[in-house]
Every structure is written in structure tokens, then in C-alpha cells.
Design a protein around this ligand. Structure first.
Ligand code: 1GP
Length: 247
């Protein structure tokens, strides 16, 4: 089993280096914006590119990866909203268990269906305990997963969920307010999870500026994910990266 991306993330954590992941929606309306996002990700020295979405309406996954890969060396990691989002063109896939929910399909069902395809594609798998957190509005992720997110003011639920994920052998924790969340996951919740586990912690949803990214890193996040804000203004990535990398 490959572990190139896994090792890169763990090495950065060991060196106390925070990382920036740029989330790209393969449905990105036009190729010009896709190219601009990748160019700004390069300029920002972003560490990872996540690619995926809770609901995709175009069949553009492979084509998007080819475009991205023609423009950058940054590893492309699938962030799949469903079993349809698998591509051998990517470097790795977040093998997500939706541990905040109690939907068996997203805890094991989809994994069984996708495992042979992932194996055939020779994709590196990143076993991830994925938690949706209620950050103010019903997101596509919460709706599509038919699951209840963790309440915003319940850091102890997040901490216990992260602990269980670590005990089950997950290698990463991803706490997500969902794309376009009104506000990011609270620093109290991030601190509680960081105290509870030794795993790299990925935080996404509603992070729109450098100051917020810095606060979230300080609370214990190892990887900051930025999606919506970069689509609206790709050049914000440079500012956010400076805060994340502490440049
Ligand atoms: C969503 O964590 C990601 O799953 C990123 O969210 O689009 O709000 O940055 P935003």
C-alpha cells in the first residue's frame, strides 16, 4: 500500500508545519477559473489539493484532474461525496468514515462497494474519521449524508468521536462545517479534539480569511481546507497560506 501523501502529512505534523489544502469542486463552472485556482495554489505554495463535492452534476472529475496535474506538482487528493468520485488520475483518496453520523452506508457500505475500484486504480487511501459539525445552516453535506451533524457547542462529543476513530485505526480526523458554512468549527472544539487524539486534524468549512485560518491553526488544526473563499477570490489563497505557514 502506498503511503506517500500519508507520510508527507505526518512529516509536516512532526515538524510542526501547518498545511493548506485547496478544495476544488470538479463542477467549477469554467476552465479559466479552474486554471486560475491552480495557479494561485502554486503561488501560495499550497500543500494539497482536495477535489470533490457532496453532489456533482457534471461528469468532469477525470478531466479536472488532468487539467490540474498539467499545471502543478501539488498532490491531488479525492474528497469523495459518493462512490462515483473515484479516479486513477489522483494521487490519493480520503477514505472517509462519517463517524459523526449513524448512517451505515457512510460508515461501511460505500467502502465495501468502492474498495475494489480503489484497489484497481492503485490509489493511496487515507483512512479518515470524518465529522460534520453544525455550523449554522443545513449544508449539502449534512443533507446528502442523511446524518445529524455534531452540535456546535458540544466539543466533548467531537472529542469522544475522535478518540473512537483513533482507536478504530483511522489515521486522520476531518472536522467539517460543510461548504459555505456560516462560521467555522469552534476553536473550543478543535482544542478538545487536539487534546484527545494524536492524529493530524483537518479543519474545513467557512474559512474565508487569513486571521481565521491562523486562529484555527493555533487551536490545533494541522491542515486548513479552503474551498468557497478561493472560488470567489482565488488570490486570497496567498494570504491564507502565509497565515497557515507562518511566513
Ligand atoms: C467543505 O471543508 C470544505 O467540505 C471547505 O469548505 O467551501 O466553506 O471553504 P468551504
Amino acid at each position: 500500500m502506498k503511503s506517500i501523501v500519508h507520510d508527507k502529512i505526518y512529516a509536516a505534523k512532526a515538524n510542526k508545519q501547518k498545511q493548506l489544502a485547496v478544495l476544488i469542486d470538479p463542477d467549477t463552472p469554467d476552465e479559466t477559473l479552474l486554471r486560475e485556482l491552480v495557479l494561485q495554489a502554486n503561488k501560495a505554495k499550497a500543500d494539497l489539493i482536495f477535489l470533490g463535492g457532496s453532489l456533482l452534476v457534471k461528469d468532469a472529475l477525470d478531466a479536472s484532474i488532468k487539467t490540474i496535474k498539467s499545471l502543478t506538482q501539488i498532490p491531488v487528493i479525492l474528497f469523495p461525496g459518493s462512490v462515483l468520485q473515484i479516479s486513477s488520475e489522483a494521487d490519493a483518496i480520503l477514505f472517509l468514515s462519517l463517524v459523526s453520523g449513524r448512517n451505515p452506508e457512510l460508515l461501511i457500505g460505500s467502502h465495501v462497494i468502492s474498495a475494489p475500484y480503489i484497489k484497481q486504480a492503485q490509489l493511496e487511501t487515507l483512512a479518515t474519521g470524518y465529522m460534520l459539525v453544525d455550523c449554522g445552516k443545513t449544508t449539502t453535506a449534512a443533507y446528502m449524508s442523511a446524518s445529524l451533524p455534531i452540535p456546535y457547542h458540544k466539543p466533548e462529543i467531537a472529542a469522544c468521536t475522535a478518540m473512537a476513530s483513533e482507536m478504530l485505526g483511522q489515521k486522520f480526523i476531518y472536522m467539517d462545517g460543510g461548504s459555505g458554512a456560516d462560521k467555522p468549527v469552534s476553536t473550543e472544539m478543535i482544542k478538545a479534539v487536539q487534546k484527545a487524539v494524536d492524529l493530524p486534524i483537518i479543519i474545513g468549512g467557512g474559512i474565508r480569511d487569513a486571521a481565521t485560518a491562523a486562529k484555527i491553526c493555533e487551536a490545533g488544526a494541522d491542515i486548513i481546507v479552503v474551498g468557497n473563499a478561493s472560488e470567489t477570490n482565488p488570490s486570497i489563497l496567498v494570504d491564507i497560506a502565509k497565515a497557515v505557514h507562518n511566513d
